[in-house]
Write a protein that binds this ligand. Structure first.
Ligand code: CU
Length: 200
């Protein structure tokens, strides 16, 4: 579904570019019938783009090492290549309450009502991109303990299957209200982003 959405956005963008070129080169004699037919075909995606299909992407990153993560947590936990060994990961999270390789980028987003907020998992592990009222712990007691985030964000206790983003997966939503929204990973609760949404 998300792939289809992205294709649509790309198509819409191309349509806008194409329409722009066509306008610049239009002759005083008026557009040819062929030109009209093309405009009619392109009208729909171009309108979608004009209605604010522009999107802001937050990318979810991690740096898991498949050999050690899969040995500790089960086959398929980590699907990327190379990275931080599991013991080092736990050590760093315990010392610093976070580990840089596991993060949302950018951590702050400013966008407008009507635009799409997209989360894309470019890591090797599953993550969530969960809106919370207040940042808190997640669903993995050990990571909550190591980070000191013992107060679990209530939203993390109500996750549905679709909220878990596997490597390569994405989610998107249209932002309908102005304000500041907080998003976190409910597995690695130091992975956070703040999204400021301004009126149109
Ligand atoms: Cu995560």
């Amino acid at each position: 579904m998300s792939i289809r959405f992205h294709s649509l956005v790309i198509l819409a963008g191309a349509a806008v570019l194409f329409a722009g070129c066509e306008n610049n080169s239009s002759q005083p004699a008026g557009p040819s019938p062929v030109g009209n037919a093309q405009s009619a075909v392109l009208a729909e995606p171009a309108q979608l783009a004009a209605q604010g299909a522009s999107q802001h992407v937050v990318t979810l990153f991690d740096a898991c090492d498949p050999e050690t993560f899969n040995a500790a947590l089960g086959a398929g936990t980590c699907t990327r290549s190379g990275g931080v060994r599991f013991a080092t990961f736990l050590d760093q999270v315990g010392k610093h309450h976070s580990i840089g390789g596991w993060h949302f980028a950018p951590p702050e987003v400013t966008m407008r009502v009507g635009q799409m907020l997209v989360a894309e998992n470019h890591g090797g592990e599953t993550h969530t991109f969960t809106e919370v009222d207040k940042f808190g712990g997640g669903i993995v007691p050990l990571l909550n303990q190591l980070t000191g985030l013992t107060e679990v964000a209530p939203e993390c206790t109500q996750l549905k299957t679709k909220n878990f983003l596997a490597p390569g997966a994405s989610s998107s939503e249209e932002e309908k209200d102005a304000g500041v929204e907080k998003y976190q990973c409910c597995i690695h609760p130091w992975m956070r982003a703040e999204v400021r949404i301004t009126a149109k």
